[in-house]
Design a binder for this molecule. Sequence first.
Ligand SMILES: CSC[C@@H](O)[C@@H](O)C(=O)COP(=O)(O)O
Length: 360
Amino acid sequence: MIPTLEWTDKGVNFLDQTKLPLEETYVLATTYQDVATVIRDMIVRGAPAIGVSAGMGMALAVQKSPATTVDALLKDVDEAAAVLAATRPTAVNLFWGIERIRTLVRKLAASQPADRSDADKLKAITDEVIAEANRMYDEDIAACKTMGQFGADLLPKKGTVLTHCNAGALATCGYGSALGVIRAAVERGHVIDVLADETRPFLQGARLTAWELMKDNIPTSVLCDNMSGALMRQGRIQAVIVGADRIAANGDVANKIGTYTVAVLAKEHGIPFYVAAPWATVDMATKHGDDIPIEQRNAYEVTHSNGKQMTPDGVGIENPAFDVTPAKYVTGIITERGVLYPPYDDTMLAMQAEVNAATA
Ligand SMILES: CSC[C@@H](O)[C@@H](O)C(=O)COP(=O)(O)O
């Protein structure tokens, strides 16, 4: 399996996604500040991978904290949480990963036996937190595999599937969400050709989706972002599947910029448009997609390609990294807890109730 990120004795090792597909190199993060840089610079990217990376960053904060008391550790953990939370605003998994570890640290801090030494308390907390970060990693891969099982038969037995951005092994801890569903369908014997939108300006589709699907020998062609409408009109696309960075309580989906365009085109051509995302991507506290914060990235990503200037000096530049696809364009949302269908206001609420009951 593609090693997107991994907890090691030396720190968290990240496959450097800015260098793919030409170089397979790794970046070792030994502090939570390093992890924040890795997330901000998109050495690791993709909502689920960002979430687990944030969890591992929090674990590094606990492990490397100079605190000699539990109270001091709690302060360090809050500081690490603030630094990690300021990296990228759209993927809700980031905040989920941070809060999962912070909540655990607080719980462990409150439950340490009074007769234990400070050093023993800190060691017990550290061990538990590192184990939890690794559980998050394992659970993410398991969630991707389960989404694959739920979603595989929604894809054509034989046909062409369009995807946008990279929602694959590289965007998760392994296997992928949208690409995991494609992988599972292929494992079941579906004959699928994948079309990968190049996904300007960061080229996640051209560089990453193409790279990882070719490694798995899944037939893949790269399209410029403005080509899919013409191919849909020619009847050459049978389904669309993408990932998500945040799903609001009404089923609106934030995903890589350009997803909305693809979804509208798909509806116009009667093509099913699926979203595959772990439940950690669902944000029931955000009622409507318009309330999802959209990251604005540096103009340089648009003005330059491979270091070469592409636009005249001084021209205005737009670079929103994500857009929101209204729920009415989404045929189904594939999660590790099952597939949700419209009306999403109701089905998401029912699923949340199931999740609450299972975790009570
Ligand atoms: C399973 S990944 C889902 C999304 O995170 C993915 O489609 C996406 O938009 C990634 O954006 P990125 O800016 O590369 O982090």
